[in-house]
Ligand binder design. Structure first.
Ligand code: GAR
Length: 215
């Protein structure tokens, strides 16, 4: 499966996806790292790893749809089959989402459907909830919406601040995302009208990371 990763900044999830495809996921290969921001620091990791990079600055387009159209074109030029959004901080238009229906994953640093959107960890701490985590889900038109593929949870301790919680959740993201991508590239899950049908192997893999890391 030819995969493109979309980033807007640091790209630590992208790094883990790239590493996992080199080490233990032979059914997916990262063919393109795309960013809407030429200052995204993750781009240099991709270049150093001989992965093709591409940048299109969204600010030069008047309409969201026009940027999305160029992105779609770039993905098709590179024969991409599947997209992983990894800290890609852009809302995608409905047409784009539909063009990549069930072929686009996103990672979000909360236990969706709770705490969609920005400033997640700040809001989690303010809410006084004692549990948070991360979610990998298929992309649908609403922000941080779509069928959930996998989640890992962690305790929110009373002395956690935003930074501590972000660090704890990010460690879990780095484990969860490669596993979820591999479930797709190994054909271990099916989707039927937004319902995820897990194979026994997929359930075992998700249970294993949750038993090892989750709370
Ligand atoms: C990650 O925590 C990711 O879950 C979050 O941005 C961070 C990107 O870090 N994404 C979202 O909030 C999307 N709604 P990274 O660039 O180091 O992977």
């Amino acid at each position: 499966m030819r995969v493109a990763i979309l980033i807007s900044g640091r790209g630590s999830n992208m790094e883990r996806l790239v590493d996992s495809c080199k080490i233990n996921n032979k059914s997916a290969s990262i063919e393109l790292v795309f960013s809407n921001n030429d200052k995204a620091s993750g781009l240099s990791f991709a270049k150093n790893n001989n992965i093709k990079t591409s940048v299109i600055d969204h600010r030069i387009f008047e309409k969201r749809e026009d940027f999305d159209h160029e992105l779609d074109k770039k993905l098709r030029e590179n024969n991409i089959d599947f997209i992983c959004n990894a800290g890609f901080m852009r809302i995608l238009s409905e047409d784009f989402v539909n063009n990549w229906f069930n072929k686009q994953l996103n990672i979000h640093p909360s236990l969706l459907p709770d705490f969609k959107g920005l400033d997640v960890h700040k809001r989690v701490i303010e809410s006084k909830t004692n549990i948070s985590g991360c979610t990998v889900h298929l992309v649908r038109a609403g922000v941080d919406e779509g069928p959930i593929i996998g989640q890992i949870s962690t305790n929110v301790e009373s002395n956690d601040n935003e930074e501590i919680l972000a660090g704890k959740v990010l460690k879990l993201e780095h484990i969860l995302y490669p596993v979820c991508l591999k479930l797709f590239s190994d054909n271990l899950i099916q989707i039927n009208e937004d319902k995820i049908i897990y194979s026994k192997e997929a359930i075992d893999q998700l249970d294993e990371i949750n038993a090892r890391l989750g709370k």
